[in-house]
Every structure is written in structure tokens, then in C-alpha cells.
Design a protein around this ligand. Structure first.
Ligand code: FE2
Ligand code: FE2
Length: 313
């Protein structure tokens, strides 16, 4: 491992100057080992979330209520696969292979967003995921377009454009259901009741329990803290819920004139940690499904490698 002590001082200085100017670090540049490791962890976790995130919605592909809804959902789920691929590629520029990353996901050595360990028993969940889950992802990801690592920031720019479409399609789906029957309105409310709190957990633990945040901000990897982003998401969602005509399931949610922001109730962090540690309703199912897909695809990887070898010789 290279530490700051055994590299040429001009390399360290050049790294620090780049970070100080909010410029990009590129794969060819020297970087501290901790910076590299933090990025591998964060980008991998992000890539895994895109890929695992295809499952809860994929659950509705064969049961979408119309051809139009099926085409939209199919396009959205395919976008998420694309996001996963850009991010795995960005991660590979840091010297770790796609194979290693997938193995770390399957073994549980690397995590993905806890939100995808919740089930999607209702069609309204497709709309709620677009509105709240992709909405929370946008809050998290827009600042990452300016992250200090070049390949990650550039991947985020394209991803964010697609996430905006995802958020709008979810909101439009819910709006359509809210203009429908009483049963449809109930379905939307029931789905929002289930997803609201897990969506708030997507921003990660509170700032005073988030040991990596300070260093990540110093390195320009993160631009805002978890609590800042969570607050921004709550403030953004309240008027959207009103326009939709749903109630957010938090009796303590109210505007605080002094802070110029909404106060909200306490998040159940025990539930968050249980799900992160593998005890959520769908953790085992999500990983088993991913492992099956990886095993089933082994022959494709072998054939592609053999073909590439033969073409090269
Ligand atoms: Fe995505
Ligand atoms: Fe998305």
C-alpha cells in the first residue's frame, strides 16, 4: 500500500491542489490509498444498488396494467441496468474487476441501498418507487455530478438525466391512480405509507453516526452531509404529496418558520441497521436471485472470453 510518506511530495501536492480547486482527479493521477478505497466502496455500493434495484420493479413487468405502462416500466428497468454498467466501469478504473465486485456483492462483503430489501406487493409501488426512491436518489446524486473523481462524476451526469425521467413517470403514474377510483387512491396511500420512512433512510445514518462523511467531504467525494440531503428531500416531497392528495405518514411533519424547513419525526434507526445487516424482508431473496443470474450467465462470460482470446491471436 502506498502511503503519503513514501510518494514524491509533488504528487501529493498535485492531488491536494486538484481537490482544492474542485477539479477532477483522473484514473492516471496519483491518489491516496484511502481515497481510492473510499471511492471503490461508494461506487460499488451505488452500482450494486442499480442492479439489485431492478428486482422490486421487475416483479411487475409481466403484470403491468397496459401495454403503455409495460413499455415505460421496461425502459426504466433497462435504464437501471445501464446505470449499473456505467458505475461498474467507473469502478474498474480504480483497479478492481467487475468479477471481484460481483463476488463481493454476492458474499455480502459490499452493500447496496437498503430500500431494495422491501417488497413490492402492489402496482402502486411502481409509482411510489419512481416518485420517492428515484426522487431520493436524485437528491443524493445531483451533487455527485461535481464529485472529485472524473469517471464517477461523468457517469452521474447521464444517470441523473435518466433518474429525472424515472421520478416523473412514477409521479405521473400515482397522479393517474389518484384520479381513478377509491380503491386506486387507497392503493396509493397504502404504498406511500410503506415507502416513506425507508425512503428517508436512503440518505444513510444521521451525521453524528456517519464516521466517513468528514473525510469524504474533505476529498470532494461527497458535497453535502446525509442530514442536509435528507432535509432537502423532505422539503421537496411535502408540496408534491399535497398536489398528489396523499398524506405522508408522519404526525410530526410540519413547517418550521424559524428554520425555513420542515421538522419531521424520528427515524427508526434500529430498523435501518437490521435491514443493512441482512435482516430486511427481502435481503436473502435479492441476493439469491442475483447469484442465480450470475451463475446462469457463466457460459456467456466464458464464451466471450474465449472469443476475445481467439480474435486477438
Ligand atoms: Fe438508476
Ligand atoms: Fe432510477
Amino acid at each position: 500500500m502506498t502511503t503519503v510518506d513514501d510518494v514524491a511530495p509533488e504528487l501529493v501536492e498535485s492531488f491536494e491542489t486538484t481537490i482544492g480547486h474542485h477539479d477532477r482527479i483522473e484514473p492516471r493521477d496519483w491518489m491516496p490509498e484511502g481515497y481510492r478505497r473510499t471511492l471503490v466502496r461508494q461506487i460499488a455500493q451505488h452500482a450494486h444498488s442499480e442492479i439489485i434495484g431492478m428486482q422490486p420493479e421487475g416483479n411487475w413487468l409481466t403484470r403491468a396494467p397496459s401495454l403503455r405502462r409495460k413499455a415505460i416500466l421496461l425502459a426504466k428497468v433497462q435504464d437501471e441496468a445501464g446505470h449499473g454498467l456505467y458505475l461498474y466501469s467507473a469502478c474498474e478504473t480504480l483497479g478492481v474487476s467487475r468479477q471481484q465486485l460481483t463476488e463481493m456483492l454476492i458474499s455480502g462483503a459490499q452493500k447496496y441501498s437498503s430500500i431494495f430489501n422491501y417488497p413490492t406487493p402492489s402496482w402502486a409501488d411502481v409509482g411510489t418507487i419512481g416518485w420517492l426512491v428515484d426522487g431520493a436518489a436524485i437528491c443524493n446524486q445531483v451533487p455527485l455530478c461535481r464529485t472529485s473523481y472524473g469517471p464517477y462524476g461523468r457517469a452521474m451526469i447521464r444517470i441523473c438525466k435518466e433518474e429525472s425521467f424515472h421520478q416523473r413517470q412514477g409521479y405521473e403514474l400515482l397522479m393517474t391512480m389518484m384520479r381513478g377510483t377509491d380503491e386506486q387512491r387507497e392503493m396509493v396511500q397504502e404504498s406511500v405509507d410503506r415507502f416513506w420512512w425507508p425512503a428517508l433512510m436512503m440518505f444513510g445514518p444521521p451525521d453524528d453516526d456517519s464516521p466517513n462523511t468528514a473525510q469524504s467531504m474533505e476529498w470532494g467525494i461527497k458535497r453535502h452531509t446525509n442530514d442536509e440531503l435528507r432535509q432537502r428531500f423532505v422539503d421537496m416531497s411535502v408540496p408534491q404529496a399535497e398536489a398528489l392528495g396523499v398524506t405522508l405518514p408522519d404526525p410530526e411533519l410540519r413547517w418550521n418558520e424559524e428554520r425555513g424547513a420542515h421538522d419531521f419525526g424520528a427515524i427508526d434507526w434500529d430498523e435501518f441497521w437490521t435491514v443493512v445487516k441482512g435482516g430486511g424482508p427481502c435481503n436473502a431473496q435479492r441476493i439469491a436471485h442475483r447469484k442465480r443470474a450470475w451463475d446462469d450467465g457463466a457460459w456467456v462470460r466464458e464464451a466471450a472470453t474465449a472469443f476475445a482470446r481467439r480474435s486477438a491471436s
